[in-house]
Design a protein around this ligand. Structure first.
Ligand code: AHR
Length: 370
């Protein structure tokens, strides 16, 4: 159905969100300074780093869309199809916002193109959809189109990644704490090396994405606490296997003295392993190079179980249920949290025990839903 007018009281939410931001105390973009929810909706046990103070709520004050029981239209401007994580996230949204569940989902794969994503959101506004979900390719550049959605009275959910726009311009945000993920990787490495030197190469994710900015910031927070660690180089592999392989091949030409490779997602790690295999460089628990990865998808955790990726920090892609909870609350005219944290955990190869991570086993792998 076409949307009816929905007006949200966002002022209180805005004040609370701004107050809750800035927990890192750094000058990083606001997108990475993520407050945690009052009503935490946990997908997995919480790592210690993921806790913070609670935001206020917003309240629907007018009849919600589809209050008559009709189909609810939802637009989803997805990042693209760059990774296994993204495929799992897309499937989760398509399964959740299905016709059988009472939704009409307009799904657009924006192919990692920010301009396409902005125009996609504009199209959703023109179509007067009931709700808009945006997984932002990059954190900057959102103010104008978010203002347009707000002017049109369409609730916007910022999902997975963050934006650095004023929170009064959107209804709610949900996703993982990317800074905490980077810190978890760094804390685990400090524990693992136990005072040993680290010459580190970083294969970053897509430029300008909050997942990249947050993981980089969080990991660097721990690097700065370890005087004998050095980041030799840090380049974008665009969250793809091909990108990871290309960056690793170029690193291998320039550096011979590295002992740690940090890949900001599993697909980059697969590419980096291909490059090291071709160069005869050994890696993993029995090799010369320690690989840290992010996402903890099924295949990534298989490599962790096999001892090739030594530590894999989760980013849970099963987030659509949190978005649906928000929409259901708005439908019922209830208040919603300004921010919902999707909680992660980390995993390490068999034979390693860590206070920061779960030791991998076949049982853990068999229990994975993605
Ligand atoms: O925003 C989540 C990140 O985006 C995942 O780590 C990565 O695999 C995806 O491309």
């Amino acid at each position: 159905m076409k949307k009816k007018v929905v007006s949200l009281l966002v002022a209180a939410m805005t004040v609370a969100s701004l107050t809750a931001c800035g927990n890192s105390g750094s000058d990083a973009p606001a997108a990475n300074q993520e407050p945690a929810p009052a009503e935490k909706q946990e997908a997995d046990p919480a790592p210690a780093e993921s806790q913070a103070e609670a935001p206020a709520e917003s309240q629907a004050e007018a009849p919600a869309p589809a209050a008559d029981g009709g189909t609810i239209s939802v637009g989803f401007a997805q990042v693209g199809h760059e990774s296994d994580w993204r495929a799992a996230n897309t499937k989760n949204y398509q399964d959740t916002f299905s016709a059988a569940n009472g939704y009409e989902l307009s799904f657009v794969d924006c192919d990692n193109d920010h301009a396409v994503q902005i125009e996609t959101v504009r199209g959703f506004i023109e179509q007067e959809l009931d709700y808009i979900c945006i997984a932002p390719i990059q954190s900057a550049g959102w103010d104008t189109v978010l203002q347009e959605a707000k002017d049109a009275g369409i609730p916007v959910l910022i999902v997975d990644r963050a934006v650095d726009a004023d929170p009064s311009l959107y209804t709610t945000a949900l996703g993982c704490d990317m800074v905490a993920e980077g810190e978890a990787a760094g804390n685990w490495l400090a524990e693992y090396l136990n005072g040993g030197d680290a010459n580190i190469l970083v294969i970053e994710g897509s430029v300008g994405a909050s997942a990249t900015l947050g993981r980089t910031e969080g990991f660097n927070n721990i690097v700065s606490q370890n005087a004998n660690w050095k980041v030799l180089d840090s380049q974008s592999g665009d969250f793809t296997q091909a990108g990871g392989q290309e960056v690793m091949e170029s690193f291998i030409k320039s550096y011979s003295d590295f002992n740690v490779v940090v890949c900001q997602n599993d697909n980059e790690a697969y590419g980096a392993m291909d490059a090291m295999d071709a160069a005869g460089i050994t890696y993993g628990v029995d090799g010369d190079v320690t690989i840290i990865s992010f996402d903890a998808t099924h295949d990534g955790l298989q490599y962790t179980l096999d001892g090739k990726i030594t530590c894999n920090v989760e980013c849970n892609p099963l987030q659509a249920g949190f978005a649906e909870d928000v929409i259901k609350k708005l439908q019922a005219g209830e208040a919603v949290d300004a921010w919902t944290l999707v909680v992660d955990e980390a995993f390490v190869a068999p034979g390693i025990t860590s206070k920061y991570a779960v030791t991998m086993s076949q049982e853990v792998l068999d229990g994975r839903a993605y």
